[in-house]
Design a protein around this ligand. Structure first.
Ligand SMILES: C[S@@+](CC[C@H](N)C(=O)[O-])C[C@H]1O[C@@H](n2cnc3c(N)ncnc32)[C@H](O)[C@@H]1O
Length: 420
């Protein structure tokens, strides 16, 4: 049996025989990255002829950028060690002036020199253009805006976006986008990284030198890595934004759920068999609880109303609303059910507490104790299966119209009985 608590103003809480003294229970709760420019009109030298051969060797290479890089390195090395093209040719041996064979040889060398200069100029243009092509490849949107200009520059200003063969001839078959992208992909896989701008510029210059057009090279580059990486990066940003939004909503949902759970846990309790009971004036004291139909013994009449409060909370409330102590009922775990508002009067919206829109049935808090000379109690107060449940149960057959009487417990303050 749980305990009804009563307090006359200034007398404090008191509890039933099963509960510890109110003062002890309340006391146990605590608050609670330049390049070299070569001069034009230079004259031949034996070393220059050697360099020309190296360039022919480069052009004959298969479209393998790895081998191409090695050949380009050899070419660069010979170029770096070659004497200046502006050096005068060695004078003809004495007595051989006007030698026709020698003059013919000199003309051949001059022609080779002019060819080399033309190729060098074209390479320089390509080197200047490669970064722009690279940039447009990395940014597909930028590609649409800058590709024509970049292609025109790469083609020596011809304005053609397709004619790009370095020798002005037909474009090699491996420059077809599918083949070229496959070759680039091999390069990327071997390098295990496509981050280096130097690697990319070298790759672009290499395929342009082999005769691929700027447009072909650009298309292959876009297909292989940078464009894919850019698109992936854009997708990642979009996904990241979605995930952040989702996380924000989850946070809001969690906060709402936590608030709802807290409100539910602190909701006012209580219900009664309204089909069998009513509250009306009592001859014993103030309002009383009466049957409206015969009730068999063992019938559950309802659960005691109120918000669950700790002993400390209850004590605080009783300081400003002493009357609440007359209606607060101690539960089996030592907390209290408080069915009163801030004035201490019984209310369907007990206060203080988190907002709860549903009214609670406070009928059971009007049950009195049996007066002297009566048949005694006809209902018992028992702990329910849920925490905070205090059930009123008919402990004998009760006729219609009878008042329900319960026992508040031996420590209940009854000093005001008969004085109201
Ligand atoms: C939980 S209330 C019961 C409802 C109360 N009669 C009312 O009108 O609000 C408990 C208070 O009712 C009064 N009461 C209950 N039983 C009584 C009895 N047998 N004799 C005198 N007063 C009683 C006391 O004032 C007691 O503090």
């Amino acid at each position: 049996m749980s305990t009804a608590v009563s307090a006359r103003a200034g007398s404090g809480l008191s509890s039933s025989s099963r509960a510890p003294p109110a003062s002890a229970a309340l006391g146990s709760v605590a608050r609670p990255s330049a390049g070299c420019r070569r001069q034009h009109g230079a004259r031949q030298s034996p070393v220059f002829r050697s360099r020309g051969a190296a360039m022919v060797a480069v052009q004959a290479l298969p479209p393998n950028p790895i081998l191409g890089a090695a050949a380009a390195a050899a070419f660069a090395s010979q170029t770096m060690t070659a004497p200046s093209l502006t050096e005068p040719p060695p004078p003809p041996p004495a007595g051989e002036g006007g030698n026709f064979a020698l003059a013919q040889r000199l003309r051949q060398l001059q022609e080779l020199q002019q060819q080399a200069q033309a190729q060098t100029q074209q390479q320089t243009q390509l080197a200047d253009t490669a970064p722009a092509v690279m940039a447009s490849a990395r940014d597909p949107g930028s590609s649409l805006r800058s590709a024509p200009a970049a292609t025109a520059a790469a083609d020596g200003g011809s304005g053609s976006g397709v004619v790009g063969a370095a020798d002005g001839g037909a474009t090699p078959s491996f420059c077809e986008p599918e083949t070229l992208s496959g070759l680039m992909r091999q390069f990327v896989e071997r390098q295990e990284s496509f981050d280096s701008g130097l690697q990319m510029d070298g790759l672009l210059a290499y395929y342009r030198r082999l005769g691929c057009s700027a447009a072909q090279v650009q298309a292959a580059v876009v297909e292989v890595a940078p464009a894919a990486a850019g698109a992936e990066a854009g997708l990642s940003a979009e996904v990241l934004t979605q995930q952040l939004q989702l996380a924000a909503w989850e946070l809001v949902a969690a906060a709402v759920a936590a608030a709802a759970l807290a409100a539910y846990q602190s909701r006012p309790r209580g219900w009664s068999r309204k089909d069998l009971l009513e509250v009306r004036a009592s001859a014993v004291a103030g309002q009383g609880l009466f049957t409206t139909a015969p009730i068999p013994s063992g019938t559950v009449l309802g659960a005691y109303p109120g918000r669950l409060r700790s002993g400390a909370e209850m004590l605080t409330k009783c300081e400003y609303a002493p009357l609440a102590s007359s209606y607060a009922f101690r539960t089996g775990d030592g907390s209290f059910l408080d069915p009163t508002d801030v004035t201490g009067q019984p209310s369907p919206y007990p206060a203080p507490g988190l907002f709860w829109p549903l009214p609670s049935d406070v009928s059971l808090c009007f049950a009195n104790e049996p007066p002297k000379g009566s048949l005694g109690t006809n209902a018992s107060v028992e702990d329910g299966s849920a925490a905070g449940d205090l059930l009123f149960v008919a402990c004998r057959d009760i006729p219609a119209g009878a008042e329900i009487f319960i026992d508040y417990g031996i420590t209940y303050d009854r000093s005001n009985y008969g004085k109201n």
